[in-house]
Design a protein around this ligand. Structure first.
Ligand SMILES: [Zn+2]
Length: 196
C-alpha cells in the first residue's frame, strides 16, 4: 500500500511538473521559472513518463489482485477463528458443568461421611446405655434368677443378611432391612457398623 502510494505520488509529481512546463499560468505564478524559456517535453521524456505510468498501473493491478487474495484468506481465517471460539466456549461450558458435578459429588461424600459418623455415634450411645443398664441386672443374676432383659439362649434376635453373610443386631439400620433370616448372636460375620 505504501509502495503504491509512493508510486501514485511519483507519477502525480511527474505529471504535475510536466503540467507546469506546459501551463502558462504556472509560469506566471513562478517568475523565476518564467525567466527560463519553457520548453515542451521531448518525445523521449513523454515516452519515459508513459512507460512509468504504465508500470504504475500494472503494479496497482497486481496489488489489487494480491489484496483480493489476502481478503479471501482473511475471511477464511476469521471463519476459522469464529469456529475455534465456538468450540472453546462449548468446551468451557462442559468444564464448568464438570466441576459443578465434582463439587456435588464431594458434597455428597461429605454428607455421607457425616451420616456414617452419626450412625456410629447413635450406635455407640446405645451400647453405652446397655452397659450402664447391665449392672442393675446383676443382682438378679447373682440371686440366681435369669435376667428378663437378657435374651434366652437360642432366641434369634439378630439378622443375617443373605447376600453379604453379615450379622446385624436389632439397633443396626440393616437389621431386617435387607433380604435375610433371623439368626443367633454368633451366626455369620459381624457387621462392621453395628458390631453384629
Ligand atoms: Zn449391622
Amino acid at each position: 500500500m505504501l509502495f503504491s502510494a509512493l508510486l501514485v505520488g511519483g507519477c502525480a509529481a511527474t505529471l504535475a511538473s510536466n503540467e507546469k512546463l506546459l501551463s502558462p499560468k504556472a509560469q506566471s505564478e513562478q517568475p523565476r521559472a518564467a525567466m527560463k524559456k519553457p520548453r515542451p517535453p521531448t518525445t523521449t521524456e513523454r515516452d519515459a513518463l508513459k512507460e512509468e505510468c504504465q508500470q504504475f498501473l500494472k503494479e496497482v493491478a497486481r496489488l489489487r489482485a494480491e489484496n483480493q487474495q489476502l481478503q479471501a484468506e482473511n475471511q477464511q481465517l476469521t471463519e476459522e477463528v469464529r469456529q475455534r471460539l465456538k468450540e472453546n466456549s462449548a468446551f468451557r461450558e462442559r468444564l464448568v458443568e464438570n466441576s459443578q458435578l465434582l463439587q456435588d459429588i464431594k458434597a455428597l461424600r461429605d454428607e455421607n461421611r457425616e451420616l456414617r459418623e452419626d450412625i456410629r455415634k447413635v450406635l455407640g450411645a446405645e451400647k453405652g446405655k446397655e452397659r450402664l443398664d447391665a449392672p442393675q441386672a446383676t443382682p438378679a443374676a447373682k440371686a440366681g434368677t435369669v435376667s428378663t432383659n437378657a435374651p434366652p439362649q437360642g432366641v434369634l434376635n439378630h439378622w443375617l443378611t443373605t447376600s453379604s453373610g453379615k450379622r446385624h443386631n436389632s439397633k443396626c439400620p440393616f437389621y431386617k432391612s435387607s433380604t435375610g433370616t433371623p439368626c443367633g448372636p454368633k451366626a455369620g460375620k459381624a457387621c462392621g457398623v453395628c458390631g453384629g
